[in-house]
Design a protein around this ligand. Structure first.
Ligand code: ADP
Length: 453
């Protein structure tokens, strides 16, 4: 087992990784920017090293600074968390060549899944259902027109290097294609330094459903079931739950089996998430794979009792799946997570500043993952996620009731948060009945505007 792990991240996920290391008896090294000097990961890690000024490029994304910190601290492994360097194949490679174990999949698999049209091809080859679309990157506007005719409108143009919903455009008619293609290309070049685009059939009123897998270094892959992530704003998740009301035991097993075979064939290692869209006939279609721990991993932990971060570390250290899982994975009850962002609850504009009051809820079945505290400051430089409120109930109904009361008892003052929005979602009849798709938030906010107007 590792003796010391460096955590190349900040905020709640850095603290989450520290928790896993403490339980495994592994020493931790936090790295921090000058803006995070007074953060809880710095306080709770065994060692902490300042790696630069607040700007991401000069600190958390500065690969030589991160590697030097690991070398100075004499760490044997690096956990990248999510975001930041977690899906950077080059970083994973530098770790390996510096004699540091990267806690994640091998660089070549990160690269394969990071080029989304190549990931589509790999999934298709092994029998995972994918949406009709272009085979590979689209070379020109003419080719885009050809593909769209073959696939049939509406289509969605997406960035090969995409993430965070950027570089995507929905095209409903041929006359709009060229303008939207150019917009997507510009947005993708600006966001990712890569303007490559591909195309998929656009699914009307889909649900976003994803599967959590774990793969050890001995070729064993298991699926830990699904998460329902359709409550999104601007194609980014706000609330997630597990299981999904739409996924039958047969469908769960069928997808689990095909994913195990596929990921074993592509040489996948460690934790990963395979994202699907469900159409109105309840068919699942692959859209992308994330080669890291997800923000919403706690809902799977709550219903399976598997600690995913400890599993990642044990797998990276060479443990076999049977030792990681210690038996068959059993799903119990229902879990929901609300992402508490430091944002205006309806305009979604960031809200940094000092937290003047902070009272997280507790009680049966409630879990909070956060690095926020009273009198602490939310710096303006980073992701707006400040806490994850997660509950488990014996069924969806109890989980919803528990979440509603926990949100009522969650006090954050001094900054805007998404707590008021979540309170209203938890009181919405459409949400409570489980009848929603990825368009829920737009309809929900539109409905409210009508009432006010
Ligand atoms: P990103 O990596 O930028 O997050 P994804 O491919 O994961 O992009 O898609 C993000 C979201 O965009 C999905 O959860 C869904 O709401 C919407 N979306 C993506 N592809 C399609 C599609 N083919 N049809 C309908 N909606 C889609």
């Amino acid at each position: 087992m590792f003796k010391k792990i460096l955590i190349a991240n900040r905020g709640e996920i850095a603290l989450r990784i520290i928790c896993a290391c403490k339980e495994l008896g592994i020493r931790t090294v936090a790295i921090y920017s000058e803006a995070d000097r007074n953060s809880l990961p710095v306080r709770f890690a065994d060692e902490a090293i300042c790696i630069g000024p607040p700007q991401l490029g000069l600190s958390y994304l500065n690969i030589p600074a991160v590697i030097s910190a690991a070398e100075i601290a004499n760490a044997d492994a690096i956990h990248p968390g999510y975001g930041l360097l977690s899906e950077n194949a080059n970083f994973a490679e530098v770790c390996e060549t510096s004699g540091l174990k990267f806690i994640g999949p091998p660089p070549e698999v990160i690269r394969l899944m990071g080029e989304k049209e190549k990931a589509r091809a790999a999934m298709k080859q092994h029998g995972v259902p994918i949406l009709p679309g272009s085979d590979g990157v689209i070379a020109s506007e003419e080719e885009a027109r050809e593909w769209a005719r073959q696939v049939g409108y509406p289509v969605i143009i997406k960035a090969s290097a995409g993430g965070g919903g950027r570089g995507m455009r929905i095209v409903r008619a041929e006359e709009d294609l060229v303008a939207l293609y150019r917009q997507a290309q510009q947005e993708a070049s600006a966001a990712f330094g890569n303007g490559d685009l591909y195309m998929e059939k656009y699914v009307e009123h889909p649900r976003h459903i994803e599967f959590q897998i774990l793969a050890d270094e001995h070729g064993n892959v298991v699926s830990l079931g699904e998460r329902e992530c359709s409550i999104q704003r601007r194609h980014q998740k706000l609330l997630e739950e597990s299981p999904s009301l739409q996924v039958s035991v047969e469908l769960r097993n069928e997808i689990g089996d095909v994913l195990s075979k596929t990921l074993s064939a592509v040489g996948y290692r460690n934790a990963g998430t395979i994202e699907f869209l469900m159409d109105q006939h309840k068919k699942l279609h692959f859209i992308e794979m994330n080669t890291r721990i997800q923000v919403e991993h706690p809902v799977t932990e709550m219903v399976t009792d598997v600690d995913l971060v400890k599993s990642q570390i044990m797998i990276a250290a060479g443990s076999k799946m049977q030792d990681v899982l210690q038996g068959k994975v059993v799903h119990r009850g229902h879990a929901i997570e609300c992402r508490i962002n430091a944002e205006h609850p309806e305009k979604f504009t960031p809200s940094a500043g000092k937290i003047t009051a902070f009272h997280p809820p507790g009680g049966t079945g409630v879990r909070i993952d956060t690095a926020a505290y009273e009198q602490g400051t939310i710096p303006p430089y980073y992701d707006s996620l400040i806490a994850k409120l997660v509950v488990r109930g014996k069924d969806r109904n109890e989980a919803c009731q528990r979440m509603a009361r926990a949100l009522e008892m969650f006090i954050v003052e001094g900054i805007h948060t998404t707590i008021p929005l979540h309170r209203r979602i938890l009181a919405d009849p459409e949400f409570l009945a489980g009848k929603f798709d990825t368009g829920f938030i737009e309809r929900f906010l539109g409905k409210k505007a009508e009432l006010v107007g």
